[in-house]
Design a protein around this ligand. Structure first.
Ligand code: ZN
Ligand code: ZN
Length: 369
């Protein structure tokens, strides 16, 4: 025979409360939900249930103490037989309410958190760089003001559901477990509305368009998520509201390309500016900025404008703007420009500068190899 006291780890003189406590602790430890697929735990769980079914009931306990068994007590006694589950399921409800919360929908008209909502918001690169406050319209479910969420016309009250006798759930036996499921007639609320509220058609909630202001911090990027606590749908039966998630998309910019905190752009300069050097005005996110071009700048050369990029989220640190120079070759020339350039070309043929000589030699090596 099994020693039920040993199984629960209590002494023979343990009080009912101690037995209950010991069982709860063990049931939590070995519960199948927490030990999925573990045969040993399952066996252990069955054993402690068996022990508690007996010791948790003072009559059965007395019988067990006397005869060393809980069997032979007539109908309903012993493990697994309908009525014998009484004490077992009661302590289980306690456990589930304490530790598993939503398990199996035991609680009547359980208050639930409202749904989280998602809103996709597209902003410009400038807004992403400096932050912006935007007003958005969000549809969400809110508690009906007319009936205060009960769903019943003011002055009337819901009647107790006859199907579940107001408990909100129906209990039935499924093999080893006593299982509870939500009552289909009242959807677990335990009551039925006979005169539905006209404001919400008995739903207890209404769909409203809300305008809310969103502060977008500097430094966000495509895919950044802002969580607005409590701005989601209202919960049911007084449950807390869900959250609103703003998912950002930063629009392509016509001039800048972004890579993390840095931004890139291409900027044309004239042939003469490339030759003689000079100063140019380059657009930045903060407006035009001066950039010095040294004499003899080649096409494709990049210059860094320090701190003109995107700030790091939540910091004052900023990335750079990288300006890539290209030479704008004129397509139309005046006769005078043409004359001067032809003259320039003539002289250039005669005295090739050092750079192009070196380049020509390199080509020679390449083709003769
Ligand atoms: Zn209403
Ligand atoms: Zn019901």
């Amino acid at each position: 025979m099994k020693d039920y006291y040993k199984l629960l780890g209590v002494g023979r003189d343990a009080g009912q409360e101690d037995i209950k406590k010991a069982f709860r602790q063990l049931a939590l430890k070995y519960h199948p939900d927490r030990n999925q697929g573990n045969k040993e735990s399952e066996e252990k769980f069955k054993e402690i249930n068996e022990a508690y079914t007996c010791l948790g009931d003072s009559e059965k306990r007395a019988h067990y103490d006397r005869y060393g068994t809980s069997e032979g007590m007539g109908a309903g006694a012993g493990f697994g037989a309908g009525a014998g589950f009484g004490g077992f399921t009661d302590v289980f409800e306690d456990i589930f309410e304490d530790f598993f919360g939503s398990f199996g929908g035991y609680k009547k008209a359980k208050s639930t958190k409202g749904a989280d909502l998602r809103y996709n918001l597209t902003i410009t690169l400038e807004e992403a760089a400096f932050g912006v406050e935007r007003s958005i319209k969000i549809p969400r479910w809110q508690t009906c003001d007319t009936c205060g969420g009960s769903g019943a016309e003011p002055g009337t009250s819901p009647v107790t559901c006859a199907n579940c006798k107001g408990t909100g759930h129906i209990r039935f036996q499924q093999g080893f477990f006593s299982v509870s499921k939500t009552c289909g007639k009242c959807q677990g609320s335990g009551s039925i509305i006979t005169s539905p509220c006209k404001g919400c058609k008995g739903n207890g909630k209404v769909r409203v368009q809300r305008e809310i202001s969103v502060k977008i911090p500097a430094g966000v990027d495509t895919g950044s998520r802002l969580r607005m606590s409590g701005e989601g749908d209202f919960g049911s039966y007084g449950g807390p509201p869900g959250d609103l998630y703003i998912v950002l998309n930063v629009d392509e910019h016509s001039f800048f390309k972004r890579d993390g905190m840095d931004i890139y752009c291409q900027f044309p300069i004239s042939f003469t500016k490339a030759v003689f050097g000079g100063e140019i005005d380059v657009p930045t996110l903060n407006g035009p900025a001066k950039l010095k071009i040294p004499a003899g700048t080649q096409s494709g050369k990049s210059f860094h404008l320090k701190g003109k990029g995107i700030p790091r989220l939540g910091s004052h640190q900023r990335g750079d703007q990288i300006v890539s120079i290209y030479i704008d070759v004129p397509k139309k020339l005046t006769p005078r420009q043409k004359e001067l350039l032809e003259e320039f070309a003539g002289i250039s043929e005669e005295n090739n500068d050092e750079a192009s000589k070196g380049f020509k030699n390199k080509l020679k090596d390449l083709f003769s190899a």
